[in-house]
Design a protein around this ligand. Structure first.
Ligand SMILES: C[S@@+](CC[C@H](N)C(=O)[O-])C[C@H]1O[C@@H](n2cnc3c(N)ncnc32)[C@H](O)[C@@H]1O
Length: 204
């Protein structure tokens, strides 16, 4: 595994500011340390899984989830190609994360990333679903460590995305401020439904 820590992907198709995923990666880059245990809730093509695996290093652990066999295969291939061995890619929905992440790590996860929507370049009918996303978010906050960070890249522009965003807004608004701090980064002067980055910090 490479010794140097990875840098967040700040490339944006629209200009100088980071994308929703870029902001999420920047936050993870700032907060995670070698040896940390983390979750990639939506493995997809494995870019975020590899990013997290490199941030936490060989002493760290990553559990990544995806419901699509092709995504699981591509993520494993990407990790293998990079010579990274600290990540486990699980072919299951993120709503089951608390049953797959060993109990010994519950309450010890430093970061959990969600990059919602569909797998770029694949069947757009396989998207994250409001109900399972909310179930996963509830369990993610439970198993996050005090001081841990949860990020969400949300895409309200695609089919079902607006409902998902509404449910996330409702869920996040109901989180007790004494338990979590929540912020949203949202482009203001762009298309009607631009991607958003949500950041939840569990108080320590
Ligand atoms: C935007 S892509 C993720 C991109 C990925 N983070 C990357 O770096 O390439 C969203 C992924 O979520 C997956 N997905 C949909 N429902 C899911 C669920 N319930 N649990 C886990 N993954 C899910 C899709 O199959 C898709 O691969």
């Amino acid at each position: 595994m490479s010794e140097s820590l990875p840098k967040a992907n700040l490339a944006s198709s629209t200009g100088g500011l980071p994308s929703a995923v870029g902001w999420a990666q920047l936050m993870m880059q700032d907060r995670l340390r070698p040896g940390d245990a983390v979750v990639d809730a939506t493995a997809g093509n494995g870019h975020d899984t590899l990013f997290l695996a490199r941030l936490v290093g060989e002493a760290g652990r990553v559990w990544a989830f995806d419901v699509q066999a092709a995504a699981v295969q591509e993520s494993r291939r990407r990790l293998d190609e990079a010579g990274v061995h600290n990540a486990t890619v699980i072919h299951a929905g993120h709503e089951t994360m608390s049953t797959h992440v060993p109990v010994a790590f519950h309450g010890r996860l430093s970061g959990i990333m969600f990059n919602l929507g569909y797998l770029p370049g694949s069947d757009k009918s396989v998207i994250t679903r409001t109900e399972t996303t909310i179930t996963a978010l509830i369990s993610a906050v439970e198993i996050l460590a005090p001081g841990g960070l949860l990020t969400l890249a949300v895409y309200p522009g695609h089919s079902g995305g607006a409902d998902e965003l509404r449910a996330i807004t409702e869920w996040a608004s109901a989180l007790s401020p004494s338990g979590c701090e929540v912020q949203v980064i949202r482009p203001i002067n762009r298309s009607a439904s631009p991607p958003e980055c949500w950041i939840v910090w569990k108080r320590d």
